[in-house]
Write a protein that binds this ligand. Structure first.
Ligand code: G6P
Length: 362
């Protein structure tokens, strides 16, 4: 059938979609550039952000994890405070809103019921919303005031991959363009750095054998696995853990490196895999301290680090990307490790049990 043709020579949609990420990123750069090569988004949107005193990002699952990274971009570059909320919690436990809130809904499908419920609520309160989605004309796009598209092409695998990195890129562009409108100078050339990130992604997608090896070494028989990181690495760790649990059914959790000792470290046993990300210079020493803490208790650490911050025992060193954009690169090994772990364990990678691609019930 048509879906077979679409998968081409790939054994699974997830692998195909993981591989498409550099291409999608290049397409996004192109779609958001004007003739002069400048990044642009609708002025209505930058005005809305400029006029707002606080942004509320609302999303579920992987899109929520992208929102956490997006908060970083918007706060650091555009200097607008951002809160990130899980949609199902927001709608039943609404936080006290600021005077001039702006909502950003992030949703691959644009159909997630939990997110839509919040959109309906905040519209009743008279607030404005921007939807970042992969599906033009989707419910969340139609019902919001503004839309930004991901241009990632259809994502079929239940486990989201290319939509996540597309969401990061669109959030980065939104933050950078808004920063300019607000007169804040950016210390990076985003077009150039996104291009470098796309090349890094491509290099990472070419290292599947290594990822398969890591998956085999750390995850082929384990019952559980932990992902740790600090700052933005923590957010990527959450996504890495979600990928792993979704498709391999290994109990996986992401933790802030510093929080481990306040409870979770009790779960560390001889051989427990702990995948640690070290891509941020200001927390490089402290995350490595956390790795030592778990290793001293028998954990089997797998450090994935940024080039330049790497140390002798690191298991994998990422190709160079701008530190702020490191999630675009660091998530790829995590996606691929999850993929190969699921494959080794005989799981149905594209259609994991109990999950749906798009959840249209609350
Ligand atoms: C489902 C999917 C997840 C996805 C989440 C949000 O639970 O299984 O992969 O992240 O919905 O989907 P959305 O389409 O709103 O991004």
């Amino acid at each position: 059938d048509a879906s077979d043709i679409e998968k081409g020579t790939y054994p699974h949609y997830m692998l195909k979609e993981t591989d498409e990420q550099p291409l999608v990123l290049r397409k996004i750069i192109q779609k958001y550039q004007n003739e002069d090569g400048k990044l642009v988004i609708d002025q209505d949107i930058t005005d809305a952000i400029d006029q707002s005193d606080r942004i509320y990002i609302v999303a579920c699952g992987t899109s929520y994890h992208a929102g956490l990274v997006g908060k970083q971009f918007i706060e650091q570059w555009a200097k607008t405070p951002v809160e990130v909320h899980v949609a199902s919690e927001f709608s039943y436990n609404m936080p006290l809103l600021s005077e001039k809130p702006l909502f950003i809904f992030i949703s691959q499908s644009g159909e997630t019921a939990d997110s839509r419920a919040v959109l309906v609520q905040i519209k009743e309160l008279g607030h404005k919303a921007l939807t970042i989605t992969n599906v033009p004309g989707s419910t969340l796009s139609r019902e919001a005031d503004y839309t930004l598209l991901l241009h990632a092409g259809p994502e079929i695998a239940v486990a989201s991959t290319k939509a996540y990195t597309a969401q990061l890129a669109v959030l980065a562009i939104t933050a950078a363009v808004t920063a300019e409108v607000k007169g804040h100078e950016l210390d990076l050339d985003l077009v150039k750095e996104l291009g470098i990130a796309a090349n890094a992604m491509e290099a990472l997608c070419d290292q599947k054998e290594e990822m398969e090896y890591i998956a085999r070494e750390y995850l082929s028989t384990t019952r559980n696995a932990f992902f740790i990181g600090r700052a933005v690495d923590y957010y990527v760790g959450l996504e890495g853990a979600l990928k792993l649990k979704e498709i391999s059914y290994i109990q996986a959790e992401g933790f802030a490196g510093g929080e481990l000792k306040h409870g979770t470290i009790a779960l560390i046993e001889q051989g427990t895999p702990v995948i640690a990300l070290a891509t941020q210079e200001h927390v490089n020493l402290s995350i490595r301290g956390n790795v030592k803490e778990v290793a001293a208790r028998g954990a089997n650490p797998c450090i994935i680090s940024a080039k330049g911050l790497d140390q002798e025992d690191d298991r994998f060193v990422l190709p160079e990307v701008h530190e702020a954009l490191s999630p675009l690169a660091s998530v790829i090994p995590l996606q691929l490790i999850a993929y190969y772990a699921a494959l080794h364990r005989g799981c149905d990678v594209d259609k994991p049990r109990n999950l749906a691609k798009s959840v249209t019930v609350e």
